[in-house]
Design a protein around this ligand. Structure first.
Ligand SMILES: [Fe+2]
Length: 295
């Protein structure tokens, strides 16, 4: 396994922004030694039935960054989300910063470029992003070092970003009582997801883990922070030493019963373009497609 450059003595300030429409948590992570920050997994609002896009969620984050006098250096996508649209280009347009995702975005672009019948003008080389991360890559947020762990399984491009004692797990894990995310999207694999989760759980016990989603199972309040130790002991899908075979059997069975995410069609079309809408027509109008009997 890669020798990751962990730096548990650095403890960034982490602020979560919950979107009740998609149960997504976006984060602002601040370098404790400077004004530099990163935004993880921002959300653009869509009323899909009305075909209307707004930016209330992103504006809350922009207000927070400006109100605290922070400097945005990075916009990170932990993966190509299938349940919400990214607001990264909108925030980047207002505040700057570099947009990064896992290098296997190219696999996701291949698959969904075909599914959405995109022409050759849709580049499948990840060039819509400023940085494509490989396993073990490092980058800086001000003076704070960050690194990425490639964690495929939910999707091929999933990356966990670790900044000091904080790790942003994307959809590899949910809170201990929520378990894990589905592994049945194109390019997903339950066995790979199990191995990726073990990688995350190999971080020090006290590492703070920040979820991308929480659905408040069994009526509890929404939560988004736990620790490696708590997940290792109590996660209902992988905790307490559950074997890979048990996990794969359970996950495969469960995934076969799940409906498609409500926003999968607009989300993938936009997120495979780094959060940009498809190109406008000659009159400046923008359209999303619905592939029939394909997904
Ligand atoms: Fe996801």
């Amino acid at each position: 396994m890669t020798d990751y450059p962990i730096a548990p003595s650095i403890s960034p300030e982490v602020t979560g922004f919950f979107d009740p429409a998609t149960n997504t948590i976006s984060y602002v992570v601040q370098d404790p030694a400077s004004r530099a920050c990163a935004v993880i997994d921002s959300v653009m609002d869509i009323d899909y039935f009305a075909g209307r896009i707004t930016h209330d969620n992103a504006d809350r984050i922009i207000d927070y960054i400006q109100g605290n006098g922070l400097e945005l250096q990075w916009l990170i996508e932990t993966h190509v989300h299938a349940d919400h649209l990214s607001a990264a280009p909108y925030i980047q347009g207002k505040l700057g910063g570099k947009l990064g995702i896992g290098s296997n975005i190219t696999m996701v672009q291949e698959v969904f470029g075909k599914i959405f019948n995109e022409g050759t003008e849709f580049q499948r080389d990840g060039s819509q992003f400023d940085r494509l991360f490989e396993d073990g890559d490092t980058y800086m947020i001000g003076t704070m070092p960050a690194f990425v762990m490639h964690t495929p399984g939910h999707t091929p491009a999933c990356m966990v970003h670790v900044m000091g004692d904080a790790a942003f797990v994307g959809d590899t894990l949910f809170m201990p009582d929520g378990g894990s995310a589905r592994a049945d999207f194109p390019g997903g694999d339950a066995g790979e997801l199990y191995d990726s989760i073990q990688k995350v759980l190999s971080l020090p016990d006290q590492t703070r883990l920040f979820m991308c989603h929480d659905y408040g199972p069994n009526g509890r309040d929404i939560q988004w922070e736990t620790s490696v130790g708590a997940e290792r002991m109590h996660n209902i899908h992988v905790g307490g030493g559950k074997s890979k075979a048990e996990f794969v059997a359970f996950r495969t069975d469960r995934d076969a019963q799940l409906d498609m995410p409500k926003l999968i069609i607009p989300s993938l079309q936009v997120n495979m373009r780094a959060g940009e809408m498809p190109p406008a027509d000659e009159d400046g109008r923008t359209f999303l497609k619905v592939p029939v009997n394909t997904l």
